[in-house]
Structure formats: C-alpha cells, structure tokens
Design a protein. Structure first.
Length: 193
C-alpha cells in the first residue's frame, strides 16, 4: 500500500480503480449515453472546482497569512518551488472548471438560459458569470502578476512588490466572489435562491 501512496500518479490511479470497484459492488448499471456523458462532465466539473477553490482558499487562508512568519532564508522554498506548482494546478483547475461547467450546461440544455439569466436558471447563471470573472482574474491578472512577483519573468526589482500586491488583491477578490458563486451553484440544484 505504501508504494501506491508514495506516488501521486499511483494514488490517483488507485482512486479511480476504487471508484470502479465501488460502482461494480453497488451493481449500478451503466448505460453510456448522453445522460451518462453529462453526469461524467458534472463529476469532472465538481472535481476541478474542488481543486480550484481549494487552492484559492489555500493561498488566502494558509500561504499568504503564513509568509510573514517564515524566515527570509526559507521563503525561496515557497516562491521557487511550492508557489509555481500550486499556481500551475490553480490556473488549469480554473480552466477545467469553466470548460466542464459550460459543457454540463450545454449537455443539460440550459447554457443559453443560464448565461442570459432567465428566471428558472438565474441562480446557476449568476454563479456561472461569477466563475467566468474569477477565471478571467486567474489567467489575465493573478498569473501574469505572480510571474513577475515570483521572478518567473524578467521585470525591474521595484515591479515585484507592486505585482505581488495586485495578485494578492485580485486573489482576495476571487475569494470574496467564491462565496456567492458557490452558493448560487448549490442553490440552483436545491430550488433556486
């Protein structure tokens, strides 16, 4: 078991195998049709969203508040190793969440109604628009500014603190937006607002 758990790849594969075993034991008949495809993309959407918002909250609730407490000689471990990796998964989880969410809405037949905020789909539509703003922030504000702040791209030394502040404030905006976004996503599934 420890060989499986020592590798992230093997751990993920074991999770998928465990899922398949549970499905077989539960004797859930699977018909690979449109409804199953919509379900699969909803499952991928939720998984991507958990990773995206989990990393957003990690940055805001753990990493940023902890940075002033870390001795200067230890900070490169965060800025050179942990942050770039976390930001990779963060931005691609955001992209995956948006793409799979749009696919779910399309496959379920409510994409146009949700994006145009029609009454029965207002909650999910508001959640979708908030998520789109958040994803825009990730790709076009947070990531470019973090590249400067972390020294991934060349910039003047005095540009780093300004870029870090803009990235932090935009991340805090996304944290604020994540609260109503998550509520709207769940509200739609449970009878609306």
């Amino acid at each position: 078991m420890s060989k499986i758990l020592q590798s992230l790849r093997n751990t993920v594969i074991a999770g998928v195998v465990l899922l398949l075993i549970i499905i077989l034991i539960a004797n859930q008949p699977t018909k690979f049709d449109h409804a199953w495809g919509a379900f699969l993309f909803r499952w991928l959407h939720v998984g991507s969203g958990v990773m995206w918002i989990g990393l957003l909250w990690y940055f805001n609730f753990v990493q940023m508040p902890s940075m002033p407490k870390i001795p200067d000689e230890q900070k490169p471990a965060i800025s050179k190793v942990i942050a770039p990796t976390a930001l990779f998964w963060f931005r691609y989880a955001a992209l995956s969440t948006v793409v799979t969410g749009l696919l779910v809405a399309y496959m379920s037949g409510y994409l146009k109604q949700a994006l145009s905020l029609q009454v029965p789909f207002a909650a999910i539509g508001i959640g979708m628009w908030i998520a789109l703003v958040m994803a825009f922030n990730v790709w076009f504000i947070i990531w470019p500014k973090q590249q400067i702040a972390l020294g991934i791209v060349e910039a003047a030394a005095d540009a780093k603190p300004k870029a870090a502040r803009i990235a932090m404030l935009t991340s805090r905006i996304n944290t604020m937006l994540s609260i109503p976004m998550l509520y709207m996503m769940v509200a739609q599934q449970n009878g609306g607002l």
